[in-house]
Design a protein around this ligand. Structure first.
Ligand code: NAD
Length: 264
């Protein structure tokens, strides 16, 4: 990734700790030469996020709750104040009530459906609205999705529905903003053990299943997702928009269990 993001400035949203996908992306982006700014959700995350941000010489913009328009406005005003313009945004944010990431999708409540879609899908559009104004010379925006958007997965439930909507929104945003040379893409990451993933029922089983059945016979790391992200954020991918790039050790091409895979 040497130098592909030199001179670029980017906002990273969704860093919680050093297992976060946002951390893998931030490390790769910094390694590629980018200057970074971070937001985090809630003051309790500050003590984790601040040292990580400083490790990458990043600016800490403070708390930002993506469901709160005033909080988003404050974040983007701060970016305008410190940088004037912005080259890329990384959106690594999702949430659903843990109690509904197990059992049946059909039992999802309206309240949790709305909140899951608001945090995990609409927030990317809300971010794009604000980031667009700071990208007069074009830019790249990236979000994170999962294969549960395309196919049924056990326990993923309403989050799968939210990711399907998020992937559709990537296409609509790409068409809206393409004329301004702003590109919108998503990475569909294979399962990785993070804080958010631990909320999904039986996550260990999902991880093992992927390891045994993916063409590369393993799971992916946040570093691998990070390096693919650096590519999508950089001019190296300037001909790509509206794309959902699978960084999943090839799992999404598989149609049947690998007969050689052990039982889990
Ligand atoms: P994580 O827990 O490290 O990150 C999730 C982040 O979302 C946290 O930083 C949390 O603070 C933030 N967040 C939740 N609600 C928010 C709100 N209202 N306002 C602001 N921030 C909020 O977990 P992760 O796995 O790194 O998740 C990052 C993204 O990757 C998510 O979109 C997730 O769905 C996606 N993803 C994860 C996996 C996986 O297996 N871990 C696979 C594919 C996609």
């Amino acid at each position: 990734t040497s130098g592909i993001l030199a001179g670029k400035r980017g906002l990273v949203m969704g860093l919680a700790n050093n297992r976060s996908i946002a951390w893998g992306i931030a490390k790769a982006a910094r390694d590629a030469g980018a200057e970074l700014a971070f937001t985090y959700q809630g003051e309790s995350l500050e003590k984790r996020v601040r040292p990580l941000a400083l490790e990458l010489d990043g600016a800490v913009l403070g708390h930002c709750d993506v469901t709160d328009p005033a909080s988003l406005d404050a974040t983007f005003s701060e970016i305008e104040r410190i940088w004037g313009t912005l080259d890329f945004v990384v959106h690594c944010v999702a949430f659903s009530d843990k109690d509904q990431l197990t059992g049946r999708y059909v039992d999802t409540s309206a309240e949790n459906f709305n909140n899951t879609l608001l945090v995990s899908c609409y927030s990317f559009t809300a971010v794009a609205q604000r980031a667009e104004k700071l990208m007069p010379n074009g830019g790249s925006m990236l979000t994170l999705t999962y294969y549960g958007a395309e196919k049924w997965m056990p326990h993923y439930n309403v989050m799968g529905v939210a990711k399907a909507a998020l992937e559709a929104s990537v296409r609509y945003l790409a068409a809206d903003l393409g004329g301004s040379n702003i590109r919108i893409n998503a990475i569909s990451a294979g399962p990785i053990k993070t804080l958010a993933a631990s909320g999904i029922g039986d996550f260990r089983y999902i991880l093992k299943w992927n390891e045994y059945n993916a063409p590369l016979r393993r799971s992916v790391t946040i570093e691998e997702v990070g390096e693919s992200a650096a590519f999508l954020l950089s001019p190296m991918s300037r001909g790509i928009t509206g794309e959902i790039l699978h960084v999943d050790a090839g799992y999404h091409i598989v149609g049947m269990k690998n007969p050689a895979a052990p039982d889990i």
